[in-house]
Design a protein around this ligand. Structure first.
Ligand SMILES: [Zn+2]
Length: 153
């Protein structure tokens, strides 16, 4: 079982409330938790590869290009001072980018005066229920991102 595949199946069934937009190589979704306001993910369309280097070159270039476009839209939509990009996968190996809009100081007193990586912020705070967007906030996040993306591309 793969959480990302499950979420993609929900998109296909029209039941994923976080879904923003389908691109050629993947799906843009808003993150479940929003400590970093505008946190977005870009999910590769299938589970065929688990490493960038396994992908045929043309597919990889397109995947990276589309991820970059998503990052630009996230940056503009949510007024980021810096975008942080992460492709991890120890939890779910399915290729998925974490796109975090950062502002200096957004880690509070954690991690190099707020300039450290997102994972220097305590996990139990980052993923607490208080950082889950309400239905209304989620609608606003999706609209902002989609508007910016469509303006750019
Ligand atoms: Zn998967």
């Amino acid at each position: 079982m793969c959480l990302i595949c499950d979420r993609i199946n929900m998109i296909k069934e029209g039941t994923n409330p976080y879904f923003v937009k389908e691109l050629k190589t993947g799906y843009v979704v808003i993150g479940d938790n929003q400590h970093f306001y505008g946190y977005t993910l870009f999910l590769y369309k299938n589970h065929e590869y688990t490493e960038l280097f396994q992908m045929p070159k043309e597919e990889r270039i397109l995947f990276l290009e589309e991820m970059t476009k998503v990052a630009e839209a996230v940056s503009k939509a949510f007024d980021a001072e810096k975008i942080n990009y992460e492709l991890l996968g120890m939890g779910d190996a399915h290729l998925h980018w974490h796109i975090n809009p950062r502002k200096y100081g957004d880690l509070g007193s954690y991690g190099n005066k707020g300039r450290g990586p997102v994972w220097w912020y305590p996990m139990e705070k980052m993923y607490s229920n208080e950082t889950r967007p309400s239905e209304e906030q989620l609608k606003e996040l999706k609209e902002k991102l989609l508007t910016e993306f469509n303006k750019l591309y």
